[in-house]
Design a protein around this ligand. Structure first.
Ligand code: GLC
Ligand code: CA
Length: 569
C-alpha cells in the first residue's frame, strides 16, 4: 500500500449551522469555526470536513447550492473563509469542503435559465423530459418521497430530482456543464482546500432512456435508485472528474456511496481508484428500512459486529476506508448502537474505542467526542429536516399512530445529529446567545464540553487518550497500517480484534453484553504462532478503573473495553 499523507490523520466533521454561533442569530458561523480551532487542535484533529457553507436556500440544509462560488451570508464572508484556511494552516490542519454536484438548488442561475427555456442551452444542464399522456416521463420515487419528476408550469416538460424538488439533478453527461463544474472544483483547490467529501456521487450517472420500473410500493412508483443502479458509464464519468480536478492537486477525496458492491471497491478506491477513500456505511445500512424508517428495529450487536468485520476484511488488501459512527444524516451512534444498559460513559467510550482503532481514517462527528444523544422532540413541528417530515408522513400512511411515528423520528431522524453543539451548561448550551435555529438537546447540562474538559474521566478526555494512542510514535504505524483480524468471533457480546504489523500487535477487547464475561487470553494467538502472557504493563487503555485478571483469564465487566499491546505475528 502506497502511503498517503492523510492515512495517519484524525478527521472531524463540522455541521456549521449547529457548531458555534458568534453573532447571536442562532446559527453557527465561520467565525465560530475559527474560534474553536484550538479546541479541535487540542483534541488532536488534523482534517476538518465542513458540511456545505455555499450560498443556499437551505431547503436541504445547504445540500441545495445556489452559487458554488459564494459563502452563504448566514455563515459569513469569503474573507472569513480565507481566514479559516490560513488559521487552519497555522495549526497544521486541513480544510475539506463538501462537494455537491449531483444536483444544485432550483434557485441556481443555471436552473432558472433552464426553467425559462427547457429547450435552450441550459436545459441540457439538467434532465428535462416530456410527460407521457399527462403523466411524468417515468414512475420514479424520489429519495425524499413523491415523484422524482416535477412538472414545469405552462409546458409539458418535467425535470428530474432524485432528492427534493428544489434540488434538480445536474446532467454531468453534458461536457459544457462538466467544464463549469471542473473549473469550480479547481478554483476551490487553488484556494487551498485539501479536498472534498463528495455528496451522493453514486447517483450522477442516469439511464438517459429513463425506463419505467416495476412498482415497489402502493404509490405505483419505483425507487429512483433502481434506475441509477442500472445506468452504465459511471466509472468513465468519475475517472474524468478525477483526472481533470483532484488528481492535479493530490487532493483528498472521500465519497459518499451506499451499498458499495465488493467488486467495485478496487475501481472506486483502489490504488488508482476514482477517490482517496469511501465512508464505511455498513453499520448505517443495517438501519435503512426497505419502505421507510418505520420498518427498522434496533440494530443488533451481532449484526453490527459482523458488518464491520466484513468490511474490514474485504478492504484491507484493496483500500483504506473511512470509519464513522454517525454524521449529519444519521441519529447519534450512541443512541442507535448501544442498548439501554450501555447508555453510560463506559458504553460510550467502548463504542468509540472499537470504532476508532479499526483500520481506516476515523472521522468524528461534532458532539460525538462528548457522547451526544438523540434529541427528544415534543411535536413534529420541532423537526426541521425535510427527510424526517417525509418519513413521518410515510409512517402515518403505513398505519402508525402519531405517537408511534414520533418514536420512529426519535430513533431515526437526521435532526438527532443536527441539534446544536453542547459547549457548556449555560442557556442554549453556550451555542448561541440568541434563539437556536434547531432545538438544543435538553440534556446539555449533563453533557457538555466545558464540564468534560475539566474531568479526566469524561468521554471527551477519553477520546483525547484514544487520539493520542493512535498518534503516538510507538503505536502509530500498527494502528494505521496494521492488518485487521477478528478475535473471539464465536463469543456472544464480545467485540474483539487485533491489528498487527511488523511483529507488533494491538488487541482490542470489548464486552457489549450486560453481564461479566471471562475470556482466556490464550485465544489471542489461536494459531499458537506466539505466546501471549498477560501482564498489567500491556494495557494501553482501559475505560474502567477495574481490572480482573487471574493468570490468563480476563474478566470484562459489562461495557468494559481494554486495549492491550502484544508482540507477535
Ligand atoms: C447526502 C447528504 C444529505 C443530503 C443528500 C442530498 O446524502 O449527506 O444530507 O440530504 O446528500 O444532497
Ligand atoms: Ca451566526
Amino acid at each position: 500500500m502506497i502511503k498517503k499523507w492523510w492515512h495517519d490523520k484524525i478527521a472531524y466533521q463540522i455541521y456549521p449551522k449547529s457548531f458555534y454561533d458568534t453573532n447571536g442569530d442562532g446559527i453557527g458561523d465561520l467565525k465560530g469555526v475559527i474560534g474553536k480551532l484550538d479546541y479541535l487542535k487540542d483534541l488532536g484533529v488534523d482534517i476538518i470536513w465542513l458540511s456545505p457553507i455555499y450560498q443556499s436556500p437551505f431547503v436541504d440544509q445547504g445540500y441545495d447550492i445556489s452559487d458554488y462560488y459564494k459563502i452563504d451570508e448566514i455563515f459569513g464572508t469569503m474573507e472569513e473563509f480565507d481566514t479559516l484556511l490560513s488559521e487552519a494552516k497555522k495549526r497544521n490542519m486541513y480544510i475539506v469542503m463538501d462537494l455537491v454536484i449531483n444536483h444544485c438548488s432550483d434557485q441556481h442561475e443555471w436552473f432558472q435559465k433552464a426553467l425559462a427555456d427547457p429547450e435552450g442551452a441550459y436545459g441540457d444542464y439538467f434532465f428535462f423530459r416530456k410527460g407521457v399522456n399527462g403523466n411524468p416521463p417515468a414512475n420514479y420515487r424520489s429519495y425524499f418521497g413523491g415523484s422524482a419528476w416535477e412538472p414545469v408550469p405552462g409546458s409539458d416538460y418535467y425535470y428530474l430530482h432524485l432528492f427534493a424538488k428544489e434540488q434538480p439533478d445536474l446532467n454531468l453527461d453534458n461536457p459544457k456543464l462538466r467544464n463549469e463544474i471542473y473549473t469550480m472544483i479547481n478554483w476551490w483547490l487553488e484556494k487551498g482546500v485539501a479536498g472534498f467529501r463528495i455528496d451522493a456521487i453514486g447517483n450522477v450517472k442516469k439511464d438517459p432512456t429513463f425506463p419505467n420500473l416495476s412498482p415497489d410500493g402502493e404509490d405505483g412508483l419505483g425507487d429512483a435508485g433502481r434506475m441509477i443502479a442500472q445506468a452504465e458509464g459511471l466509472d468513465d464519468l468519475l475517472e474524468d472528474l478525477k483526472i481533470n480536478t483532484f488528481e492535479k492537486y493530490q487532493a483528498f477525496t472521500v465519497a459518499e456511496v451506499f451499498y458499495m458492491k465488493d467488486e467495485n471497491l478496487e475501481k472506486y478506491v483502489g490504488e488508482n481508484g476514482h477517490f482517496s477513500t469511501l465512508f464505511d456505511f455498513s453499520t448505517q445500512e443495517l438501519a435503512l428500512g426497505e419502505h421507510g424508517w418505520y420498518e427498522n428495529g434496533p440494530v443488533l450487536f451481532e449484526d453490527y459486529r459482523e458488518a464491520l468485520f466484513h468490511s474490514q476484511l474485504k478492504c484491507q488488501d484493496i483500500c483504506f476506508l473511512t470509519n464513522v459512527i454517525e454524521n449529519h444524516d444519521q441519529p447519534r451512534g450512541v443512541s442507535r448502537f448501544l442498548p439501554d444498559y450501555a447508555q453510560n460513559d463506559a458504553g460510550v467510550k467502548m463504542l468509540g474505542t472499537v470504532n476508532f482503532l479499526l483500520r481506516g481514517l476515523p472521522i468524528l462527528f461534532q458532539g460525538q467526542e462528548i457522547g451526544m444523544r438523540n434529541c427528544p422532540m415534543d411535536s413534529i413541528e420541532e423537526y426541521d429536516d425535510i427527510n424526517t417530515l417525509n418519513e413521518y408522513k410515510t409512517a402515518l400512511a403505513a398505519g402508525l399512530s402519531q405517537e408511534e411515528a414520533m418514536k420512529v423520528c426519535f430513533r431515526q431522524s437526521r435532526d438527532n445529529g443536527r441539534t446544536p453543539m453542547q459547549w457548556d451548561a449555560s442557556e442554549n448550551a453556550g451555542f448561541t446567545t440568541g434563539t437556536p435555529w434547531l432545538k438544543v438537546n435538553p440534556n446539555y447540562k449533563e453533557i457538555n464540553v466545558k464540564e468534560q474538559l475539566a474531568d479526566d474521566d469524561s468521554v471527551l478526555s477519553y477520546y483525547k487518550k484514544l487520539v493520542a494512542l493512535r498518534k503516538c510514535e510507538q503505536y502509530k504505524d500498527v494502528l494505521t497500517y496494521g492488518r485487521f483480524a477478528p478475535l473471539y468471533e464465536k463469543e456472544s457480546d464480545i467485540f474483539a480484534y487485533k491489528r498487527t504489523l511488523d511483529g507488533q500487535s494491538v488487541i482490542i477487547l470489548a464486552n457489549f453484553g450486560a453481564e461479566d464475561k471471562t475470556l482466556s487470553l490464550d485465544g489471542i494467538f489461536p494459531e499458537g504462532a506466539e505466546d501471549f502472557t498477560f501482564s498489567p504493563d500491556r494495557i494501553l487503555l482501559n475505560n474502567l478503573d477495574d481490572l480482573f485478571v487471574e493468570g490468563q483469564q480476563l474478566t470484562l465487566k459489562s461495557c468494559q473495553v481494554i486495549v492491550l499491546y502484544a508482540p507477535g505475528a
